[in-house]
Structure formats: C-alpha cells, structure tokens
Write a protein that binds this ligand. Sequence first.
Ligand code: BTN
Length: 322
Amino acid sequence: MDPKQTIYNILNRADGVISGEALSTELGVSRVAIWKHVQGLIKSGVPIYSSPKGYRMPPDPDSLVPWAFDKWRDRVHFFTETGSTMDEAMVMARKGCAEFTVVAAQRQCRGRGRMQRTWLSDDGGLYFTVVVRPDIPMLLAGLVNLAAAVDMAHLLRFQYRVDARLKWPNDILVEKRKICGLLSQMEAEGDQVAHMNIGIGLNVNNAPQTEVPIATSLKALLGRPVPRREILVAFLNLFEKRMAAFDPRVVVDEWKSNNVTLGRQVRVLTHKERVEGTAVDMDSRGGLILRLADGSNRTVVVGDCFIGGEDEPPTDPVVVGR
Ligand code: BTN
C-alpha cells in the first residue's frame, strides 16, 4: 500500500497523537521518511498537526483528498486550488485517463459556467469534473449531461430530502433557487464520443451570491453543514450505474418526470438569438421543443433558459449569474 495511505489510515483511526516512532515502526521506514510523507500529505490538503509528541489528524468527513475515499481512491484527484477542474480533467482525458477519473477542487480561481459565465467557487462548495467515455454517437452526447443532472437531483431529493427539480438544460433548482449547475466538454473520434467531461458545481456549505436565478445551498436549506465527500461518493456510485446501462429513453423520461420547465412560458438565449415560447416537450436527444406564438414548433439544443416571471434575465444576458 502507498505509505501515505497507510499513514493516513493510522492517523484517521487514532484518537489523538501518534508518534513518529510508532509510524516508523509500523511502516518499517525511517522517521525522516515518515516526516517527508507527512509533509506530502499536508501539501495535498490533509490537515495534519505535528508537535514534539508526534502527529495528529482531526476527523474530517468533508475532506476530498484521495486517501479519504475507498472505492474511488485511485480515481480522485484533489486540488486545494486550481483554475478550473474542467481544464485539469481535459489534460487527463487527452492523456487517456481511466473512465470515471474525478478532478475535485476546494477552490477554483477561474471556475466557469455555461455561456462563458464565471462560476464563483469559494470554499465550501463541491466543484468537480468527472471523465466518462460513453460508447455513443456525438448526437446523443447532450443526454449524458442530462443524465448527470438527473442523478444529482435524485440524490438531493432522496438522500437530503430537498425538493430538487431540473431546469433545462442543466440546472438543479430547489424552491426556484439554483443549487447546482452542470457544464460539459466533449471530444469526438469521427462521429463517436471519445470522452465527455462533466463539470458539476453544487452549493453545499458555501454562501452563493447570485441574483438570477437566486441561488441556495444545501447548508442553507438543511440548517447544517453537509460533508461533501458523502455527496460525491453517492453521486459517483449512481452515475457509474447509469453509464454502465446508458439508455437515452430512460434519461429523457426521468428528466421529464422531475422538471420545472415543460409547460412553462420560457425564453431561451442562444449564442445567436433569443427564442420565446411555451416549452412543450423534450426530444430524444435532450433538445427543448418550444411552441412559438405563431403555433409552430422549434427545438433548441443549446442555450440558457429563463422561465417567464420567475427568473427573467436582466437586459444583458452575459451578467446573469449561476
Ligand atoms: C452553469 O450552471 O453555468 C454550469 C456551472 C458548472 C460549474 C462547475 S464547478 C466544477 C467545474 N469546473 C468549472 O470550471 N465549472 C464546472
């Protein structure tokens, strides 16, 4: 076993200080080697306190360092600070990383959202990107993003008992407030998806400050902090199952049965235009079908959707927050 993992496990189980000597005996390496491993752990974000008596690591159920995970340990990469987990994941995906490689960050200084917006990523939120390699044509790629949103909403509803609903294309709202946003990047080989990187920003213990739509967090809803690791693990387990038996029809049906968009008067802003109408259905690829004022139907596949009367954007859509 990786010596850092062994040290982590020992300190994690211990109820107090463990001496350098005890660690050195347990691992069969010198105290200097122990000290070096401990420094490495600290640098990676593990809070270990040292004193003349030895080392102590306070329990931290919120920690996202790889050593704190069981099944997902080898696939989790954690940064205390990075530009964007999307960029880190892209580098790894291009190098051929394993499916379900996860890049998580404590903070992002260039976190981004859809439509070139900034995703403020302060301490306390859950920010991660997961790399998947679905064997599907590019045309169905949007459904993978929807599937991740469906799974995250399911988890929030059933594990945390909050009324999480899906808003097209990829927002999760609770009581009309945004709690989660998803962003994806894809690369293809011919017509097939080579990899998709699904980035998820979930307001957990952070205090999101946005105006349109108003944001909320799990902590605000539940009145207590929530450990981010249990959310990440539960999501990965759900999403892994989903991708192992990926069924586009099921994704669309599940999205439809838990959405707040269909039946509403909406305005969709794309990079080029603004389309207004009633959202009447989702097509088999995840596009939103609008009934326009002249009675014709129009399908939009990319864009930002604003539900009439609830989250109307200010005049300049670029300033719309998460
Ligand atoms: C949106 O609602 O506009 C999508 C927001 C996606 C934010 C996440 S946080 C983790 C990943 N890294 C990023 O830079 N963005 C995504």
